[in-house]
Design a protein around this ligand. Structure first.
Ligand SMILES: Cc1cc2nc3c(=O)[nH]c(=O)nc-3n(C[C@H](O)[C@H](O)[C@H](O)COP(=O)(O)OP(=O)(O)OC[C@H]3O[C@@H](n4cnc5c(N)ncnc54)[C@H](O)[C@@H]3O)c2cc1C
Length: 394
Protein backbone atom coordinates (compact mmCIF):
# COMPACT_ATOMS: atom_id res chain seq x y z
CA UNK A 1 0.00 0.00 0.00
CA UNK A 2 1.33 3.44 -0.93
CA UNK A 3 1.57 5.68 2.13
CA UNK A 4 1.50 9.47 2.07
CA UNK A 5 4.87 11.16 2.49
CA UNK A 6 3.34 14.41 3.74
CA UNK A 7 4.06 14.77 7.46
CA UNK A 8 1.97 16.55 10.07
CA UNK A 9 4.29 19.57 9.74
CA UNK A 10 3.69 19.74 5.98
CA UNK A 11 7.13 18.58 4.86
CA UNK A 12 6.92 16.37 1.83
CA UNK A 13 4.37 18.17 -0.30
CA UNK A 14 4.97 20.48 -3.27
CA UNK A 15 3.20 21.65 -6.42
CA UNK A 16 4.50 21.35 -10.01
CA UNK A 17 6.85 24.16 -11.08
CA UNK A 18 4.61 25.65 -13.86
CA UNK A 19 1.68 25.85 -11.41
CA UNK A 20 3.98 27.47 -8.87
CA UNK A 21 5.25 30.07 -11.35
CA UNK A 22 1.66 31.02 -12.21
CA UNK A 23 0.88 31.44 -8.52
CA UNK A 24 4.04 33.49 -7.96
CA UNK A 25 3.01 35.77 -10.83
CA UNK A 26 -0.48 36.17 -9.38
CA UNK A 27 0.90 37.06 -5.93
CA UNK A 28 3.37 39.54 -7.46
CA UNK A 29 0.61 41.23 -9.47
CA UNK A 30 -1.58 41.49 -6.37
CA UNK A 31 1.22 42.93 -4.21
CA UNK A 32 2.21 45.51 -6.82
CA UNK A 33 -1.39 46.40 -7.72
CA UNK A 34 -4.22 46.06 -5.14
CA UNK A 35 -1.66 45.55 -2.35
CA UNK A 36 -0.22 49.05 -2.83
CA UNK A 37 -3.71 50.59 -2.78
CA UNK A 38 -4.50 48.71 0.44
CA UNK A 39 -1.24 49.96 1.96
CA UNK A 40 -2.36 53.54 1.42
CA UNK A 41 -5.76 52.85 2.90
CA UNK A 42 -4.34 51.12 5.98
CA UNK A 43 -1.96 54.01 6.65
CA UNK A 44 -4.74 56.56 6.16
CA UNK A 45 -7.30 54.80 8.39
CA UNK A 46 -5.02 52.91 10.80
CA UNK A 47 -7.19 49.86 10.19
CA UNK A 48 -7.23 46.65 8.20
CA UNK A 49 -10.76 46.41 6.87
CA UNK A 50 -12.86 43.26 6.77
CA UNK A 51 -12.89 43.74 3.00
CA UNK A 52 -9.12 43.22 2.85
CA UNK A 53 -9.38 40.02 4.92
CA UNK A 54 -12.13 38.84 2.55
CA UNK A 55 -10.03 39.63 -0.50
CA UNK A 56 -7.00 37.77 0.86
CA UNK A 57 -9.23 34.81 1.67
CA UNK A 58 -10.94 34.88 -1.73
CA UNK A 59 -7.56 34.98 -3.52
CA UNK A 60 -6.60 31.86 -1.54
CA UNK A 61 -3.66 33.71 0.06
CA UNK A 62 -4.55 32.53 3.58
CA UNK A 63 -4.45 28.85 2.61
CA UNK A 64 -1.18 28.53 0.73
CA UNK A 65 1.31 26.85 3.06
CA UNK A 66 -0.74 24.03 4.57
CA UNK A 67 -0.89 20.56 3.01
CA UNK A 68 -3.85 19.65 0.83
CA UNK A 69 -5.41 17.32 3.40
CA UNK A 70 -5.93 20.37 5.65
CA UNK A 71 -7.34 22.43 2.79
CA UNK A 72 -4.09 24.19 1.88
CA UNK A 73 -2.36 24.52 -1.50
CA UNK A 74 0.31 21.96 -0.59
CA UNK A 75 3.35 24.07 -1.44
CA UNK A 76 6.81 22.90 -0.43
CA UNK A 77 8.42 25.07 2.22
CA UNK A 78 10.84 26.55 -0.31
CA UNK A 79 7.95 27.37 -2.63
CA UNK A 80 6.16 29.01 0.27
CA UNK A 81 9.26 31.07 1.11
CA UNK A 82 9.31 32.33 -2.49
CA UNK A 83 5.80 33.70 -1.98
CA UNK A 84 6.60 35.14 1.48
CA UNK A 85 9.44 37.10 -0.11
CA UNK A 86 6.92 38.78 -2.40
CA UNK A 87 4.16 39.27 0.20
CA UNK A 88 6.72 40.97 2.46
CA UNK A 89 7.20 43.76 -0.08
CA UNK A 90 3.62 44.69 0.72
CA UNK A 91 2.28 46.57 3.76
CA UNK A 92 3.45 45.00 7.04
CA UNK A 93 -0.12 44.21 8.07
CA UNK A 94 -0.69 42.27 4.86
CA UNK A 95 2.55 40.39 5.54
CA UNK A 96 1.46 39.77 9.12
CA UNK A 97 -1.94 38.35 8.12
CA UNK A 98 -0.45 36.10 5.46
CA UNK A 99 2.45 34.93 7.68
CA UNK A 100 0.30 34.18 10.74
CA UNK A 101 -2.71 32.63 8.97
CA UNK A 102 -0.40 30.39 6.94
CA UNK A 103 1.62 29.50 10.01
CA UNK A 104 -0.37 28.62 13.12
CA UNK A 105 -1.48 25.24 11.73
CA UNK A 106 2.19 24.20 11.91
CA UNK A 107 2.16 24.54 15.71
CA UNK A 108 -1.20 22.85 16.15
CA UNK A 109 -1.33 20.01 13.63
CA UNK A 110 1.35 17.64 15.01
CA UNK A 111 -0.39 17.69 18.41
CA UNK A 112 -4.06 17.70 17.35
CA UNK A 113 -6.40 14.71 17.33
CA UNK A 114 -8.85 14.31 14.45
CA UNK A 115 -11.72 16.09 16.25
CA UNK A 116 -9.47 19.06 17.07
CA UNK A 117 -8.10 19.08 13.51
CA UNK A 118 -11.60 19.46 12.06
CA UNK A 119 -12.75 21.93 14.70
CA UNK A 120 -9.75 24.26 14.94
CA UNK A 121 -7.22 23.69 12.17
CA UNK A 122 -9.28 23.18 9.01
CA UNK A 123 -11.28 26.45 9.57
CA UNK A 124 -8.02 28.28 10.39
CA UNK A 125 -6.37 27.05 7.17
CA UNK A 126 -9.47 28.14 5.24
CA UNK A 127 -9.06 31.61 6.75
CA UNK A 128 -12.51 31.29 8.29
CA UNK A 129 -11.24 31.53 11.85
CA UNK A 130 -8.26 33.39 13.28
CA UNK A 131 -6.03 31.79 15.90
CA UNK A 132 -3.77 34.18 17.83
CA UNK A 133 -0.46 32.83 19.14
CA UNK A 134 -0.54 33.80 22.83
CA UNK A 135 2.71 33.26 24.68
CA UNK A 136 4.29 36.55 25.86
CA UNK A 137 3.58 37.73 29.40
CA UNK A 138 4.05 41.18 30.93
CA UNK A 139 5.77 40.13 34.15
CA UNK A 140 8.24 37.44 33.08
CA UNK A 141 10.14 35.90 30.19
CA UNK A 142 8.62 33.79 27.40
CA UNK A 143 9.11 30.02 27.62
CA UNK A 144 9.65 28.12 30.88
CA UNK A 145 9.26 31.42 32.74
CA UNK A 146 5.50 31.72 31.98
CA UNK A 147 3.23 32.01 35.01
CA UNK A 148 -0.31 31.99 33.54
CA UNK A 149 -1.77 28.91 35.17
CA UNK A 150 -4.67 26.50 35.02
CA UNK A 151 -6.47 24.56 37.73
CA UNK A 152 -8.23 21.42 36.54
CA UNK A 153 -11.67 20.46 37.76
CA UNK A 154 -13.07 17.43 35.90
CA UNK A 155 -13.25 18.19 32.19
CA UNK A 156 -12.51 21.88 32.59
CA UNK A 157 -9.41 23.97 33.21
CA UNK A 158 -9.78 27.34 34.93
CA UNK A 159 -7.26 29.81 33.54
CA UNK A 160 -5.78 32.74 35.48
CA UNK A 161 -3.01 35.07 34.32
CA UNK A 162 -1.98 37.81 31.89
CA UNK A 163 -0.62 38.00 28.35
CA UNK A 164 0.39 40.98 26.25
CA UNK A 165 1.63 42.06 22.78
CA UNK A 166 -0.70 39.48 21.23
CA UNK A 167 -1.16 39.98 17.49
CA UNK A 168 -4.81 39.53 16.40
CA UNK A 169 -5.59 39.14 20.11
CA UNK A 170 -8.59 41.46 19.74
CA UNK A 171 -10.24 40.14 16.58
CA UNK A 172 -9.29 36.45 16.78
CA UNK A 173 -11.66 33.52 17.31
CA UNK A 174 -9.28 31.54 19.54
CA UNK A 175 -6.15 32.31 21.49
CA UNK A 176 -3.62 29.49 21.16
CA UNK A 177 -2.50 30.12 24.71
CA UNK A 178 0.37 28.66 26.68
CA UNK A 179 0.03 28.24 30.42
CA UNK A 180 1.14 25.87 33.14
CA UNK A 181 -0.60 23.59 35.64
CA UNK A 182 -1.00 25.40 38.92
CA UNK A 183 2.04 24.78 41.14
CA UNK A 184 4.25 23.36 38.34
CA UNK A 185 7.59 24.70 37.20
CA UNK A 186 9.83 24.19 34.16
CA UNK A 187 8.59 22.60 30.95
CA UNK A 188 6.82 19.69 32.58
CA UNK A 189 3.62 21.37 33.65
CA UNK A 190 3.03 23.45 30.52
CA UNK A 191 -0.13 23.16 28.44
CA UNK A 192 -1.29 24.51 25.06
CA UNK A 193 -4.94 25.50 25.02
CA UNK A 194 -7.33 26.83 22.41
CA UNK A 195 -9.19 29.44 24.42
CA UNK A 196 -12.43 30.76 22.95
CA UNK A 197 -12.24 34.52 22.39
CA UNK A 198 -15.61 34.93 24.12
CA UNK A 199 -14.89 32.84 27.17
CA UNK A 200 -16.19 34.32 30.43
CA UNK A 201 -13.44 35.59 32.72
CA UNK A 202 -11.36 36.98 29.84
CA UNK A 203 -10.74 40.73 29.63
CA UNK A 204 -9.36 42.10 26.37
CA UNK A 205 -7.62 45.45 26.14
CA UNK A 206 -6.96 46.76 22.63
CA UNK A 207 -3.32 47.88 22.53
CA UNK A 208 -2.99 48.35 18.79
CA UNK A 209 -1.20 51.72 18.79
CA UNK A 210 2.30 50.70 17.73
CA UNK A 211 5.25 52.36 15.98
CA UNK A 212 4.64 50.44 12.75
CA UNK A 213 2.64 47.50 11.39
CA UNK A 214 -0.36 49.83 11.53
CA UNK A 215 -3.76 48.24 11.16
CA UNK A 216 -2.85 44.94 12.79
CA UNK A 217 -4.62 44.59 16.11
CA UNK A 218 -2.74 43.68 19.30
CA UNK A 219 -4.14 42.89 22.72
CA UNK A 220 -3.34 42.69 26.39
CA UNK A 221 -5.31 39.90 28.02
CA UNK A 222 -6.27 39.15 31.59
CA UNK A 223 -7.89 35.86 32.63
CA UNK A 224 -9.62 35.22 35.94
CA UNK A 225 -10.77 31.64 36.40
CA UNK A 226 -11.71 31.52 32.72
CA UNK A 227 -13.15 28.07 31.88
CA UNK A 228 -11.45 26.15 29.05
CA UNK A 229 -12.60 22.61 28.14
CA UNK A 230 -9.86 20.01 28.60
CA UNK A 231 -10.86 18.88 25.08
CA UNK A 232 -9.31 22.17 23.82
CA UNK A 233 -5.83 21.14 25.00
CA UNK A 234 -3.38 20.27 22.21
CA UNK A 235 -1.00 17.45 23.10
CA UNK A 236 -0.55 16.16 26.62
CA UNK A 237 -0.07 18.02 29.88
CA UNK A 238 3.63 18.89 29.83
CA UNK A 239 3.73 19.41 26.05
CA UNK A 240 2.65 23.06 26.05
CA UNK A 241 6.06 24.46 25.22
CA UNK A 242 6.63 21.72 22.67
CA UNK A 243 3.58 23.08 20.80
CA UNK A 244 4.81 26.69 21.17
CA UNK A 245 8.48 26.26 20.51
CA UNK A 246 8.90 22.76 19.06
CA UNK A 247 8.53 22.11 15.35
CA UNK A 248 6.79 25.42 14.73
CA UNK A 249 9.49 27.88 15.69
CA UNK A 250 12.16 26.89 13.17
CA UNK A 251 10.03 27.33 10.02
CA UNK A 252 8.44 30.43 11.50
CA UNK A 253 11.86 32.01 12.14
CA UNK A 254 12.87 31.25 8.56
CA UNK A 255 9.64 32.86 7.38
CA UNK A 256 10.44 35.99 9.41
CA UNK A 257 13.96 36.01 7.92
CA UNK A 258 12.40 35.88 4.46
CA UNK A 259 10.02 38.66 5.49
CA UNK A 260 13.10 40.79 6.23
CA UNK A 261 14.49 39.99 2.78
CA UNK A 262 11.22 40.98 1.07
CA UNK A 263 10.83 44.21 3.01
CA UNK A 264 14.47 45.13 2.34
CA UNK A 265 13.85 44.54 -1.38
CA UNK A 266 10.94 46.99 -1.18
CA UNK A 267 13.15 49.59 0.53
CA UNK A 268 15.74 49.08 -2.18
CA UNK A 269 13.14 49.42 -4.96
CA UNK A 270 12.04 52.74 -3.47
CA UNK A 271 15.62 53.99 -3.06
CA UNK A 272 16.58 53.03 -6.63
CA UNK A 273 13.51 54.77 -8.05
CA UNK A 274 14.15 57.87 -5.98
CA UNK A 275 17.84 58.02 -6.91
CA UNK A 276 16.95 57.73 -10.60
CA UNK A 277 14.34 60.48 -10.43
CA UNK A 278 15.97 63.11 -8.21
CA UNK A 279 18.42 65.64 -9.60
CA UNK A 280 20.80 67.74 -7.50
CA UNK A 281 23.46 70.12 -8.81
CA UNK A 282 22.51 69.23 -12.36
CA UNK A 283 22.89 65.44 -12.15
CA UNK A 284 20.64 62.55 -11.10
CA UNK A 285 21.45 61.23 -7.64
CA UNK A 286 22.02 57.80 -9.18
CA UNK A 287 25.02 59.14 -11.10
CA UNK A 288 26.83 60.05 -7.85
CA UNK A 289 29.21 57.31 -6.82
CA UNK A 290 28.35 57.71 -3.13
CA UNK A 291 24.68 56.96 -3.87
CA UNK A 292 25.41 54.20 -6.39
CA UNK A 293 27.75 52.49 -3.92
CA UNK A 294 25.11 52.72 -1.18
CA UNK A 295 22.65 50.95 -3.47
CA UNK A 296 25.30 48.40 -4.41
CA UNK A 297 25.98 47.66 -0.72
CA UNK A 298 22.26 47.19 -0.15
CA UNK A 299 21.96 44.80 -3.09
CA UNK A 300 24.84 42.66 -1.80
CA UNK A 301 23.49 42.74 1.75
CA UNK A 302 20.03 41.59 0.63
CA UNK A 303 21.40 38.83 -1.63
CA UNK A 304 23.62 37.45 1.17
CA UNK A 305 20.75 37.33 3.69
CA UNK A 306 18.47 35.74 1.10
CA UNK A 307 21.04 33.03 0.34
CA UNK A 308 21.37 32.13 4.03
CA UNK A 309 17.60 32.15 4.47
CA UNK A 310 17.18 29.78 1.52
CA UNK A 311 19.90 27.53 2.97
CA UNK A 312 17.99 27.40 6.27
CA UNK A 313 14.71 26.78 4.40
CA UNK A 314 16.22 23.90 2.41
CA UNK A 315 17.68 22.43 5.61
CA UNK A 316 14.30 22.52 7.34
CA UNK A 317 12.54 21.09 4.30
CA UNK A 318 15.05 18.20 4.29
CA UNK A 319 14.66 17.62 8.06
CA UNK A 320 18.34 18.48 8.59
CA UNK A 321 19.03 18.74 12.36
CA UNK A 322 21.17 21.84 11.70
CA UNK A 323 18.06 23.70 10.57
CA UNK A 324 17.33 25.00 14.10
CA UNK A 325 20.65 26.83 14.38
CA UNK A 326 20.48 27.85 10.72
CA UNK A 327 17.02 29.36 11.24
CA UNK A 328 18.40 31.53 14.05
CA UNK A 329 21.43 32.49 11.95
CA UNK A 330 19.12 33.45 9.08
CA UNK A 331 16.84 35.51 11.29
CA UNK A 332 19.72 37.27 13.05
CA UNK A 333 21.48 38.02 9.75
CA UNK A 334 18.35 39.08 7.88
CA UNK A 335 16.99 41.36 10.57
CA UNK A 336 20.31 43.17 10.96
CA UNK A 337 20.53 43.46 7.17
CA UNK A 338 17.02 44.93 7.13
CA UNK A 339 18.04 47.59 9.65
CA UNK A 340 21.03 48.63 7.53
CA UNK A 341 19.17 48.54 4.20
CA UNK A 342 16.14 50.52 5.34
CA UNK A 343 18.35 53.10 7.03
CA UNK A 344 20.41 53.63 3.87
CA UNK A 345 17.30 53.59 1.66
CA UNK A 346 15.75 56.36 3.73
CA UNK A 347 19.03 58.32 3.62
CA UNK A 348 19.04 58.15 -0.19
CA UNK A 349 15.68 59.95 -0.09
CA UNK A 350 17.14 62.86 1.88
CA UNK A 351 14.87 64.76 4.27
CA UNK A 352 11.67 64.00 2.37
CA UNK A 353 12.19 60.34 3.32
CA UNK A 354 11.27 61.28 6.87
CA UNK A 355 7.83 62.41 5.71
CA UNK A 356 4.77 60.20 5.75
CA UNK A 357 4.11 61.12 2.13
CA UNK A 358 6.93 58.73 1.20
CA UNK A 359 6.42 54.93 1.39
CA UNK A 360 9.98 54.56 2.70
CA UNK A 361 8.89 56.23 5.97
CA UNK A 362 6.45 53.37 6.59
CA UNK A 363 8.89 50.70 5.47
CA UNK A 364 11.50 52.06 7.90
CA UNK A 365 9.05 51.92 10.84
CA UNK A 366 7.70 48.51 9.90
CA UNK A 367 11.21 47.07 9.66
CA UNK A 368 11.90 47.68 13.35
CA UNK A 369 9.16 45.27 14.44
CA UNK A 370 11.00 42.34 12.91
CA UNK A 371 13.64 42.56 15.63
CA UNK A 372 11.10 41.05 18.07
CA UNK A 373 9.12 38.55 16.04
CA UNK A 374 10.06 34.92 16.76
CA UNK A 375 12.74 36.00 19.21
CA UNK A 376 15.14 38.88 19.61
CA UNK A 377 18.74 38.86 18.41
CA UNK A 378 19.83 37.90 21.92
CA UNK A 379 17.63 34.80 21.79
CA UNK A 380 18.90 33.88 18.28
CA UNK A 381 22.49 34.18 19.49
CA UNK A 382 21.68 31.93 22.46
CA UNK A 383 20.31 29.26 20.10
CA UNK A 384 23.36 29.49 17.82
CA UNK A 385 25.80 29.46 20.75
CA UNK A 386 24.11 26.36 22.16
CA UNK A 387 24.55 24.60 18.82
CA UNK A 388 28.22 25.55 18.72
CA UNK A 389 29.11 24.98 22.35
CA UNK A 390 26.62 22.35 23.46
CA UNK A 391 26.93 21.90 27.21
CA UNK A 392 30.41 23.49 27.34
CA UNK A 393 29.05 26.69 28.88
CA UNK A 394 27.71 24.76 31.89
C1 LIG B 1 4.78 43.76 16.67
C2 LIG B 1 4.88 42.66 17.68
C3 LIG B 1 4.01 41.59 17.63
C4 LIG B 1 4.08 40.56 18.57
N1 LIG B 1 3.17 39.54 18.50
C5 LIG B 1 3.20 38.56 19.45
C6 LIG B 1 2.21 37.51 19.44
O1 LIG B 1 1.36 37.45 18.55
N2 LIG B 1 2.23 36.58 20.42
C7 LIG B 1 3.17 36.60 21.41
O2 LIG B 1 3.14 35.72 22.26
N3 LIG B 1 4.11 37.59 21.47
C8 LIG B 1 4.14 38.57 20.50
N4 LIG B 1 5.07 39.58 20.55
C9 LIG B 1 6.03 39.59 21.62
C10 LIG B 1 7.44 39.20 21.18
O3 LIG B 1 7.48 37.82 20.88
C11 LIG B 1 8.36 39.60 22.34
O4 LIG B 1 8.35 41.02 22.42
C12 LIG B 1 9.77 39.11 22.15
O5 LIG B 1 9.84 37.70 22.16
C13 LIG B 1 10.66 39.64 23.31
O6 LIG B 1 10.10 39.30 24.54
P1 LIG B 1 9.75 40.42 25.60
O7 LIG B 1 9.07 41.55 24.92
O8 LIG B 1 9.05 39.78 26.75
O9 LIG B 1 11.18 40.99 26.03
P2 LIG B 1 11.98 40.66 27.36
O10 LIG B 1 12.03 39.19 27.57
O11 LIG B 1 11.46 41.53 28.44
O12 LIG B 1 13.43 41.13 26.95
C14 LIG B 1 13.87 42.50 26.92
C15 LIG B 1 15.24 42.54 26.29
O13 LIG B 1 16.16 41.77 27.05
C16 LIG B 1 16.68 40.69 26.30
N5 LIG B 1 16.69 39.48 27.13
C17 LIG B 1 15.65 38.93 27.80
N6 LIG B 1 16.03 37.82 28.44
C18 LIG B 1 17.35 37.67 28.18
C19 LIG B 1 18.32 36.71 28.55
N7 LIG B 1 17.99 35.65 29.30
N8 LIG B 1 19.59 36.86 28.09
C20 LIG B 1 19.92 37.91 27.30
N9 LIG B 1 19.04 38.85 26.91
C21 LIG B 1 17.76 38.73 27.33
C22 LIG B 1 15.70 40.52 25.12
O14 LIG B 1 16.35 39.99 23.98
C23 LIG B 1 15.25 41.95 24.88
O15 LIG B 1 16.16 42.64 24.06
C24 LIG B 1 5.05 40.61 19.60
C25 LIG B 1 5.96 41.68 19.65
C26 LIG B 1 5.89 42.68 18.71
C27 LIG B 1 6.88 43.83 18.79
Amino acid sequence: MKTSTVRADGRGSSIPEPEYQTLLGRVTDWVEGPGEAWAEEIEATGKVSGELWNQLRAEGFLSLAAPRDLGGAGLSFLQWMGLMEVFSRSHASVRMIVHVLNGTWRAMNPFADEVQRQKFIVPAVAGESVVAFTLTEPANGSGVDITSSVRRDGDTYYLTGSKHLITFGVRCDYWLLFARLEGSSGRDGTVALLVDRNTPGAEVEDTSRTMGVRGTDHASLRFTNAPVPVANRLGAEGEGLAVALGGFLTPSRISVAMSCVGLAQRAQQLAVAYAAGRTTFGKPLASRQAIAFTLAENAADIAAAKALTLTAAAAWQNADPDSTALSSMAKLTAVDMLGRVTDKALQVHGGIGYWQSQPIERVYRDARAQRFEEGTNEIQKSVIAKAILGGATG
